[in-house]
Design a protein around this ligand. Structure first.
Ligand code: ZN
Length: 147
């Protein structure tokens, strides 16, 4: 199972996984110790706190996949920095996204072939939860006509 996570990003490791109500849940974390402050660019390894983000990923053998991603709030040690803390960014998902980039690519591909209602139905049958309106929003963001 660790290989599945390494395919997502080689810097991440699997802490544990379990299957619950037809969902496969992977608890993962980055192995990179030092993170760069997005405000001043200085590196820090001081962890302020850790929270978990729930991010939906591509289904595995028809099962819905949820990544439970340890997300660190880091303390910036640069006294001249405008920010004291910053949140860790994950290379496979946008800042507040509930879905991985590769899942969004998959949704966009399916939706570009079908109407958003039919795409939503098809994706649901593949255990990808996405409603018609969020398909429309994704298509708009990616400048595709929404039908
Ligand atoms: Zn900083």
């Amino acid at each position: 199972m660790d290989e599945f996570i390494k395919l997502l990003n080689p810097a991440y490791e699997l802490i544990q996984y379990h299957i619950k109500e037809n969902k496969v849940i992977f608890h993962i974390a980055s192995t990179i110790k030092e993170l760069e402050c997005p405000f001043c660019g200085s590196k820090t390894s001081k962890v302020h706190s850790v929270y978990q983000r729930e991010i939906q990923d591509l289904p595995m053998q028809g099962e819905k996949v949820i990544l439970l991603v340890d997300t660190r709030k880091m303390r910036c040690m640069n006294p001249n920095c405008s920010h004291k803390t910053f949140s860790e960014k994950h290379p496979f998902a946008a800042a507040r996204s509930k879905k991985t980039d590769r899942l969004i690519q998959n949704i966009l591909y399916t939706s570009s072939q079908l109407s958003s209602l039919n795409a939503s139905k098809l994706l649901k049958s593949e255990n990808i939860s996405v409603c018609k309106s969020s398909i429309c929003n994704l298509l708009k963001k990616n400048v595709v006509h929404c039908g």
